[in-house]
Design a protein around this ligand. Structure first.
Ligand SMILES: *[C@@H]1O[C@H](CO)[C@@H](O)[C@H](O)[C@H]1NC(C)=O
Ligand SMILES: *[C@@H]1O[C@H](CO)[C@@H](O)[C@H](O)[C@H]1NC(C)=O
Ligand SMILES: *[C@@H]1O[C@H](CO)[C@@H](O)[C@H](O)[C@H]1NC(C)=O
Ligand SMILES: *[C@@H]1O[C@H](CO)[C@@H](O)[C@H](O)[C@H]1NC(C)=O
Ligand SMILES: *[C@@H]1O[C@H](CO)[C@@H](O)[C@H](O)[C@H]1NC(C)=O
Ligand SMILES: *[C@@H]1O[C@H](CO)[C@@H](O)[C@H](O)[C@H]1NC(C)=O
Ligand SMILES: *[C@@H]1O[C@H](CO)[C@@H](O)[C@H](O)[C@H]1NC(C)=O
Ligand SMILES: *[C@@H]1O[C@H](CO)[C@@H](O)[C@H](O)[C@H]1NC(C)=O
Ligand SMILES: *[C@@H]1O[C@H](CO)[C@@H](O)[C@H](O)[C@H]1NC(C)=O
Ligand SMILES: *[C@@H]1O[C@H](CO)[C@@H](O)[C@H](O)[C@H]1NC(C)=O
Ligand SMILES: *[C@@H]1O[C@H](CO)[C@@H](O)[C@H](O)[C@H]1NC(C)=O
Ligand SMILES: *[C@@H]1O[C@H](CO)[C@@H](O)[C@H](O)[C@H]1NC(C)=O
Length: 387
């Protein structure tokens, strides 16, 4: 940089009596060069396994509790790649995976972990890590999976995750992350599984999430998210959507299953503020096994076409405001449900709102296991008919 600055000054002087434009251009070029060197210096990856060793020892020194002594043999007297929970690449001899899952560790994640630049997999799940995810982890550009679920991490979800283009599995669930879901997550185009469940997240679901065409599992359950579901999400080949226990609203698209969503197996939107009718086209998602729409403000009639979902194992519709519920008689209910006799598998049908009328009966849910809905109806009749 010194040299560059000197050249800059020299160039500045020699061009002083010449065109002003030339002078400015050279200055800009010099500034850009200086900037480039600074940036480059900051991101030069550490060079060998010794760096990994010191990063991991630094990490160990930030662990305040290791009740089962998993880190006991993490010492410079033994070979790093033989330490418990560590994997190295055979060729590069660098640490590529760190799996400390379920070790009951307590501590913080120190910035030094950002030096493990060959890391492709990091699993800290089921521990007691607290504090923030340090900015230096943005250097882990080879990460393919990161699981810090079930800890006590807080702060906002770092927006630099958007730069970790290789990430396929990003699990940040069951922590104390707050703030909004960063828009940059919509840039991780390889993402297959995103679990942000059970945090303190608020705001809307970013539209860009609907651009993640490789997503298969998407879980935002147990936050304070508001607004509607971006339409793009219904055009991803998702297998599981779990947005339960938020404050999401809006209606479900009528053509919900006409695009890429066809292969969905699990849809859980329970305990939100969705409204409108349940789309009768839902039966076009033929692989559905679990549908939970309970505790929303869905209205209208329950579509009989749900009876075509032959793989369905669990249907929860209670706690909504379907019409005709209070006027339906027990025998009507049974003939209505009889249409659904295609439920050939074990089916759990939870229709609390249908039974709301019979609220003297404290049945939390009707278990209709290994039976046709007809048997459920018979059971209902035997409950409701006077002996
Ligand atoms: C790693 O690099 C450092 C310098 O950055 C050097 O001192 C050390 O000997 C190297 N270690 C190995 C194992 O190559
Ligand atoms: C690592 O462990 C293996 C198997 O226990 C052993 O054969 C090998 O010598 C160890 N490597 C080093 C460098 O200590
Ligand atoms: C560290 O301990 C684990 C189990 O406690 C053992 O499997 C592993 O071989 C040990 N590694 C070294 C380098 O002693
Ligand atoms: C970490 O190890 C646990 C078992 O100890 C395993 O279930 C889990 O899949 C591993 N994580 C990764 C990312 O491989
Ligand atoms: C964690 O380890 C305990 C004890 O080994 C085991 O009982 C428990 O199932 C494990 N939990 C997870 C999530 O792996
Ligand atoms: C985390 O710490 C709390 C409080 O000490 C304890 O109750 C809990 O069992 C710990 N969780 C794990 C996964 O170790
Ligand atoms: C590793 O990271 C820490 C903190 O981010 C830094 O102070 C240190 O110089 C880095 N490099 C090496 C080679 O340990
Ligand atoms: C979780 O972290 C907060 C600070 O971020 C701390 O006050 C609290 O005690 C931690 N809880 C556990 C169980 O470690
Ligand atoms: C997504 O990536 C593009 C190109 O790398 C960048 O221009 C854009 O700012 C990023 N968007 C967000 C929200 O980070
Ligand atoms: C989604 O992707 C398209 C095409 O790559 C892009 O034009 C659009 O800005 C992206 N939307 C968001 C919200 O990132
Ligand atoms: C759904 O996504 C596909 C690409 O996966 C795209 O070609 C199509 O236009 C999208 N349809 C809608 C309705 O957004
Ligand atoms: C859907 O979410 C609700 C509310 O959290 C939960 O009670 C129910 O078990 C979930 N259903 C499935 C199939 O996971």
């Amino acid at each position: 940089m010194y040299t560059c600055a000197r050249i800059c000054i020299k160039v500045h002087f020699s061009f002083y009596f010449l065109l002003k434009m030339v002078k400015i251009h050279v200055l800009i070029a010099c500034l850009l060069m200086a900037n480039y060197f600074m940036l480059h210096q900051a991101i030069i990856p550490p060079q060998n396994l010794t760096t990994d060793l010191s990063a991991l020892l630094e990490f160990k020194s930030h662990i305040s509790l290791d009740p089962f002594g998993f880190l006991d043999n993490w010492s410079s007297t033994t070979f790093v790649c033989n330490w418990t929970g560590i994997s190295c690449a055979f060729k590069s001899q660098r640490v590529t995976a760190l799996n400390l899952s379920n070790w009951s560790l307590r501590g913080i994640i120190p910035p030094h972990l950002g030096n493990l630049t060959f890391l492709t997999s990091l699993d800290f799940s089921h521990n007691n890590f607290s504090g923030f995810i340090p900015l230096q982890l943005a250097n882990l550009i080879s990460l393919k999976q990161m699981n810090v679920g079930y800890n006590n991490l807080s702060g906002e979800i770092p927006s630099w995750f958007g730069n970790l283009q290789e990430i396929r599995f990003l699990l940040l669930n069951n922590n104390a992350f707050s703030g909004a879901i960063p828009l940059s997550l919509g840039n991780i185009s390889n993402l297959e599984k995103l679990n942000l469940g059970y945090n303190l997240l608020e705001g809307n679901i970013p539209k860009g999430i609907g651009n993640l065409s490789n997503l298969r599992t998407l879980t935002f359950r147990g936050n304070q998210l508001t607004g509607s579901i971006p339409s793009g999400i219904f055009n991803i080949s998702l297998e599981e959507i779990d947005f339960a226990e938020n404050s999401l609203s809006g209606t479900l698209p009528i053509d919900i299953c006409n695009h890429q969503l066809k292969q969905i197996k699990g849809l859980n939107l329970s305990v939100n503020q969705f409204q409108g009718e349940i789309p009768s086209e839902l039966y076009n998602c033929r692989d559905l096994e679990h549908v939970s729409l309970s505790y929303n403000q869905f209205n209208g009639r329950i579509p009989r076409t749900l009876g075509y979902l032959v793989k369905l194992k669990d249907l929860s519709l209670g706690g909504n405001i379907f019409t005709g519920v209070n006027s339906i008689s027990t025998s009507n209910l049974c003939s209505y449900l009889g249409v659904m006799r295609k439920f050939a598998n074990s089916v759990f049908v939870h229709l609390q709102s249908y039974l709301h009328f019979y609220s003297f009966l404290a049945i939390p849910k009707l278990h209709c296991n290994l039976c046709y809905v007809k048997i459920l109806c018979d059971a209902l009749l035997s409950i409701f008919s006077p002996r």
